[in-house]
Design a protein. Sequence first.
Length: 68
Amino acid sequence: MAQAVGGLASLIDEKAKDSYAVALLQHTPDSMLLDKLLENQQVLRQPIVRNGRQATVGYAPDVWKTWE
């Protein structure tokens, strides 16, 4: 799913209320990013919508309409 949206970094909501966690995740090495995202789920962009191998992060009704 992360590949479909452009990688793990694109799952981070830079405007999340927990700015400390956002900063921590932005400076986390890629090898540790998945574990840190799972520990700090409050900074995930919402909604995460999947359609088979396709996915979006954030509100994207125009993209969803194109899905079959």
